[in-house]
Design a binder for this molecule. Structure first.
Ligand code: NAD
Length: 363
């Protein structure tokens, strides 16, 4: 038999398969495996559906203390039995090569422990806001991730949304001149009096820790500066429901350049969900600003448009984190972002307690 045509065919076939594999690789971008720790409302309704739509992230495992939830999630997302961990065997995730990122979606007080455990397992860690209950814990979380050489990201999803990014650009490029003042508010009427959000040991605080941090974080990214001094007041209309945590807080911040901010957060009523920036030559703002959807922008100058199509913030932030890992680049919202917010939060609580303005500790 003449071997030549066979060799030709074999080479041709293998070249074709190499070519088709290369094409496949091009068509299918690399997806990192994410493990969700805590299968509550946010994981179920926002994060898991977002993982199905993500370009660089996919659901690889879950961690739950409720076996029935494990069964439910296995069925819904086609996870193998060994991809459902519990809080006791969680550390075994170190052996799971399918998991690149661990996403902590637990009550606030548990973020610290689980970020440390995930870092120890050599996994990159994405942590819900507020990053922890204290600045001290944030520092320990940052140090643990540095030691383990893993990336730590804080889930401030607004920092990936188009309107917020445009508002940041307005400030950096002085589109309306130098910034002078920011007004930012976020709150809602909280329901069930038995939930963990009203327990100091689990939540670390009330409205401020839960949603006030969005307004605080916005003031920091809109100005690109850190607050140096804060003055705060607390108002309580229901001392029974809010026996352990804050109900409504108003606070003022002074930034080094002289920019000022006026903020409010509440668990007592709906509707406050906005910011306004006043600059030398005009104003701009958003309302609604911080929810999962409905972002609406406005400016004082009809020639400067401020409208973008809706987006899934969870897809954006998780893909940005995966891409940072894939490309070996820093992540836009690292642990330091959570720490800086907690330093301001602590100054707010100190000011309420001491009845005077308080300096914000430097990161
Ligand atoms: P949730 O109450 O719906 O879920 C919490 C999960 O933690 C549940 O699965 C619960 O079983 C588990 N858990 C484990 N130990 C617990 C304990 N001791 N007490 C209570 N629950 C315990 O809460 P959620 O709304 O999913 O919030 C989880 C985290 O996500 C919080 O840090 C919250 O601030 C954050 N969050 C962020 C956003 C956002 O837009 N980024 C929105 C909502 C919540």
């Amino acid at each position: 038999m003449n071997r030549r045509p066979f060799i030709k065919l074999a080479v041709g076939a293998s070249l074709a398969s190499v070519y088709s594999r290369a094409q496949e690789a091009q068509a299918e971008p690399k997806k990192l495996g994410w493990a969700l720790v805590g299968l509550g409302s946010l994981s179920k309704n926002q994060i898991a559906p977002a993982l199905l739509k993500s370009k660089h992230s996919r659901l690889a495992a879950v961690v739950t203390g409720t076996p029935a939830k494990g069964v439910e999630w296995r069925e819904k997302y086609g996870l193998a039995e060994n991809k459902v961990y519990n809080y006791e065997n969680f550390d075994k995730i170190i052996e799971d090569k399918d998991v690149d990122v661990v996403y902590i979606v637990l009550p606030n007080s548990m973020h610290h422990e689980y970020v440390l455990r995930a870092a120890k397992a050599g996994k990159h860690v994405f942590c819900e806001k507020p990053m922890a209950n204290t600045a001290k814990e944030c520092r320990e979380m940052i140090a643990a991730c540095e030691k383990a050489k893993v990336l730590l990201g804080v889930a401030y999803r607004c920092q990936f949304e188009a309107h917020h990014l445009e508002a940041i650009r307005f400030g950096r490029e002085k589109v309306f001149g130098a910034l002078k003042h920011v007004n930012a508010e976020f709150g809602f009427k909280i329901g069930d009096p038995k939930q963990w959000r009203l327990r100091k040991d689990l939540a670390g605080g009330g409205a401020l820790m839960d949603v006030g941090v969005y307004a605080l974080n916005a003031c920091r990214y809109l100005t690109g500066e850190e607050p140096v001094e804060i003055s705060a007041l607390e108002t309580k209309t229901d001392p029974v429901k809010f026996a352990e945590v804050d109900e409504t807080i108003t606070w003022q911040m002074k930034f080094a350049s002289g920019i000022t901010a006026n903020c409010m957060t509440t668990y007592n009523f709906n509707g406050a969900n906005n910011f306004t920036v006043t600059a030398e030559k005009g104003r701009y703002g958003m309302g609604p600003a911080y929810g999962y959807s409905g972002q609406t922008g406005w400016t004082s100058d009809a020639k400067v448009p401020f409208a973008f199509p809706p987006s899934d913030h969870f897809v954006l932030e998780m893909d940005a984190f995966s891409e940072a890992i894939i490309n070996g680049k820093p992540f836009a919202v690292p642990g330091e972002e959570g720490l800086k917010d907690l330093l301001a939060v602590e100054a707010i609580y100190r000011s309420i307690k001491n009845g005077k303005p308080e300096a914000v500790e430097k990161a």
